[in-house]
Design a protein around this ligand. Structure first.
Ligand code: GLU
Length: 452
């Protein structure tokens, strides 16, 4: 690693105590920028790494709400406005007990480069709370969202910062957040994406992250003369990304044979039943263990039975894996097991699901295709960009129109990343290609706009 990159990472380790996942994300991006930074010294001259690794602004606030028993409950709320060089801050809100500043900085940092790759003008941001939606009533969720927005509203706007969903924030939460924004400000602005279809949302936004990641790997496999047809795929997670990954895999002739949640995973040799999965997760908000009740051939394995230090879902033999749950859910031991069992591609639907060691292992295999999150899961935020365009034009496009644009964007991201990997002498290394391509656009904009 070059002295410049090394120094930045060492400084970050000192200034970001306890923010391990942010350091991990920064290490992954910065270490792959070396060929670019060596070939053009302007990035060092203009202190780009020093600047791009510090958020432009972090807002932190208290969220208090009253639970169904009349008891006051208190959580931390945040918005990390990381970089606005190429557009308004854009990125989701995550409600999960694991949320803290380090997690949101990692997500916001990733978002900068992911959004840049989409070709839509969007900067990077992320927000959320350590609020745990699990087991909360609908009214508790509503009161929490209203109180969260009572603080957040003063920091967002359709040309300043446009949040969306992420883990724990779906259509229901976006509705409550939007309602409160409108009540406080009186504005019917497109300040959130992922809105309901009757009130400003975009068709295909719900499907976009999962569909987009399957489109991405399809482009990548095609380039190598391969295809998804007939492939057995292990998918982790059972939220929005996983559901629509399973659905699109089926449409393209592949079969998803697993899904998971934090309590365990389901293996269905007949292929995951998407309709059943949607009913359980989107309508009943049930645990995944319910799946096997109506599918006698399927097997549920609770996480208590996983081999220590591994994620059980990756022990199932498959041709390709789609980690679509959360960060660091696929480690070195997991990828070695997958590889030994015949898996030859990984497509990241979640943000940073693979550890640095797992990524190194994948990149070292000649017969392996690795589609990193920043490129592969950019379809969600890209379609958020399409939602913003429709809102700005006071129009709405058909499902096919949006889906066609999404396919075009995923193809563009793949080609841009591939061409960039070639430009820097590492053809096919999409980690390097996507990081350099995403970074270069933002860094050049920062140089154009002066020292801010
Ligand atoms: N949370 C999603 C992501 O990680 C979507 C963000 C958005 O649509 O703004 O990219």
């Amino acid at each position: 690693m070059s002295a410049y990159i090394n120094k930045i990472l060492e400084d970050l380790k000192k200034s970001c105590i306890g923010q391990e996942v942010f350091i991990q994300a920064a290490t992954e991006v910065l270490s792959s920028l070396e060929p670019l930074l060596n070939s053009d010294k302007k990035y060092e001259k203009h202190a780009i790494l020093e600047r791009i690794t510090i958020p432009e602004r972090v807002v932190s606030f208290r969220v208090t709400y009253v639970d169904d028993n009349g008891k006051p409950r208190v959580n931390n709320g945040y918005r990390v406005q990381f970089n606005s060089a190429i557009g308004p801050y854009k990125g989701g809100l995550r409600f999960h007990p694991s949320v803290n500043l380090g997690v949101l900085k990692f997500l916001g940092f990733e978002q900068i480069f992911k959004n840049s790759l989409t070709g839509v003008s969007m900067g990077g941001g992320k927000g959320g709370s350590d609020f745990d939606p699990k087991g909360k009533s609908d009214n508790e969720i509503m009161r929490f969202c209203q109180n969260f927005m009572s603080e957040l509203y003063r920091h967002i706007g359709n040309t300043t910062d446009v949040p969306a969903g992420d883990i724990g924030v779906g259509g229901r939460e976006i509705g409550y957040l939007f309602g409160q924004y409108k009540k406080i400000t009186g504005l019917y602005d497109g300040i959130l994406t992922g809105k309901g279809l009757n009130w400003g949302g975009s068709l295909a936004r719900t499907q976009a992250t999962g569909y987009g990641s399957v489109y991405f790997i399809n482009n990548m496999l095609k380039k190598a003369g391969l295809g998804l047809e007939g492939k057995k795929c292990a998918v982790s997670g059972s939220g929005n990304v996983a559901i629509y990954t399973v659905e699109k895999l089926k449409q393209l002739g592949a079969t998803a044979i697993t899904v998971s949640d934090s309590n365990g995973f389901v293996y269905d040799p007949d292929g995951i039943d998407v309709a059943l999965l949607k009913e359980l997760k989107e309508i009943k908000r049930a645990r995944l263990s319910e799946y096997v009740k109506s599918k006698p051939n399927a097997k549920y394995t609770p996480s208590t039975e996983y081999k220590a230090g591994t994620n059980g879902v990756w022990s199932v033999p498959c041709d390709g894996a789609f980690p679509s749950a959360t960060q660091n859910e696929l480690n070195l031991e997991d990828i070695k097991t997958l590889y030994a069992n015949g898996c030859r591609f990984v497509c990241e639907g979640a943000n940073m699901p693979s550890t640095l060691e797992a990524i190194d292992f994948m990149l070292a295999q000649k017969d392996f295709y690795f589609a990193p999150a920043k490129a592969a899961n950019a379809g969600g935020v890209a379609t958020s960009g399409l939602e913003m365009m429709q809102n700005a034009g006071m129009t709405s496009w058909s499902f096919d129109e949006v889906d066609t644009k999404l396919q075009g964007i995923m193809k563009h991201i793949f080609e841009l990343s591939y061409e960039t990997s070639k430009e820097f002498g590492q053809e096919g290394n999409i980690v390097l290609g996507s990081n350099i391509a995403g970074f270069r656009k933002v860094a050049d904009a920062m140089i154009d706009q002066g020292y801010l």
